[in-house]
Design a protein around this ligand. Structure first.
Ligand code: UD1
Ligand code: UDP
Length: 370
């Protein structure tokens, strides 16, 4: 029997745990695949990391670098050095990276420099805004990857426009769609979550804010707080708070104001988030993943950004982009979007992205899964 295909998966931040969960679960069932999991430690609070490993049954990482927070260069550099050691020790056939965080680029660059093939899930996403750290991470990762695994038509054509096409690009669909399908309805008692929060199905807005361009820009952060305060007078708003945003609000002295206007909570588990996304009247967010999940749950979304990578949701009417520079325009967009829905579209594949990802990796060995 041939040696198993060894895949070193690099994760580090919350959305990567959710994306990797569905692929790792399938990989564990395949005799021909040996997955080694590396956690960079980029996210480390229990409610940003271990919660997801527990509730999504992700195997304990084989390697945990414990890098933690830091400026971009220091954080990414420490990851690069740590991941390189692990690649040299484990000698994987592939390094598999997800999304657009500093853990993504560190994994990709460490592997590419050691001539180990890199597979990038969620390749080709573009905001065309190079001020976003994520945009730099995406572009660089795609350009060193051997295999770019895309979620959407837009992503595949973005890569083509940059000269990346042919056998190295496979449109597999979106793993977050697989995750939403697999984990929906796995909550034992969704109604107790809503009653604990004191909200009714369809009777609240779900909000998340964490993107650097909003937390680190005082006027944008102030606009968001002001808009949530105004909306909070008429609507219940549930806001699970990312630690980055908590610390920005503390520094701005605005945490108490927000706490008085909304139902403020610690970051939630994924299963709770799916329920809230499904039961909310509207989602308002600057998260990439939450925009898509609102659509999966057929809930309208307002995105607090200047642009989005998930353009099909805007074109089809499921998502409205509002640059958070003016509280009144945020309030108007939210009130205008409640009760609406978009066109029936299926841009994220058939919910089999995870198996297609493993097939693509195994295909390099003549198809272990075939
Ligand atoms: C990172 C990603 C972003 C992604 C987000 C998902 C980069 C450049 N950014 O942003 O693309 O959308 O994760 O959530 O990789 N912190 C804690 N505890 C934690 C983690 C973070 O307190 O467990 C605080 C620290 O103050 C830290 C700050 O959050 O400095 C930012 O964390 P970091 O991982 O650098 O970036 P995110 O904003 O989480
Ligand atoms: N999420 C979660 N708990 C929260 C907020 C988000 O489980 O309190 C999940 C969310 O459902 C989605 C993912 O985290 O699956 C999105 O991650 P995040 O918003 O941190 O990052 P992004 O997608 O913007 O990179």
């Amino acid at each position: 029997m041939a040696d198993p295909l060894t895949i070193l998966t690099v994760v580090g931040a919350r959305p990567q745990f959710i994306k990797a969960a569905v692929v790792s679960r399938l990989a564990a069932d395949q005799d021909g695949i040996n997955e080694i999991l590396l956690h960079t430690g980029q996210h480390y609070d229990d409610n940003m990391s271990s919660t997801f490993f527990e509730e999504l049954s992700i195997p304990t990482p084989d390697h945990h670098l414990g890098i933690g927070s830091g400026r971009h260069g220091a954080q990414t550099g420490s990851m690069l050095a740590g991941i390189e050691e692990v690649i040299l020790e484990e000698k994987p056939d592939w390094v598999l990276v997800y999304g657009d965080t500093n853990s993504t680029i560190a994994g990709a660059l460490a592997a590419a420099k050691l001539h180990v093939p890199v597979a990038h899930v969620e390749a080709g996403m573009r905001s065309f805004n190079r001020l976003m750290p994520e945009e730099l991470n995406r572009v660089l990762t795609d350009h060193v990857a051997t295999l770019n695994l895309t979620s959407t038509d837009a992503a595949t054509s973005n890569l083509k426009a940059e000269g990346i096409d042919g056998e190295g690009v496979i449109q597999v669909g979106d793993v977050m769609y697989d995750a939403a399908r697999f984990y929906s309805n796995r909550m034992d008692d969704p109604s107790s979550l809503l009653s604990d929060l004191g909200v009714e199905p369809g009777g609240f807005i779900l909000a998340t804010v964490h993107r650097a361009e909003n937390t680190d820009a005082p006027t944008r952060l102030a606009s968001i707080i002001e808009a949530l305060e105004q909306l909070g007078k008429e609507h219940r708003i549930v806001l699970p708070l990312h630690p980055r945003t908590r610390s920005a609000l503390e520094q701005a002295g605005s945490l108490a104001r927000l706490e008085a206007a909304v139902i403020l909570r610690e970051p939630m588990g994924y299963l709770d988030m799916i329920v809230l996304e499904r039961e909310a009247a509207l989602v308002v967010t600057d998260s990439g993943g939450v925009q898509k999940e609102a659509f999966f749950q057929e809930t309208p979304c307002v995105t607090l950004r200047d642009e989005t990578e998930w353009v099909e949701l805007v074109e089809s009417g499921w998502n409205t982009i509002v640059p958070p520079t003016d509280p009144a325009s945020i309030v108007d967009s939210v009130l205008g979007a409640i009760g609406t829905s978009g066109e029936a579209i299926r841009p994220y594949g058939d919910g089999d992205a995870a198996i297609r990802i493993l097939d693509a990796l195994a295909g390099t060995r003549g198809g272990v899964l075939a």
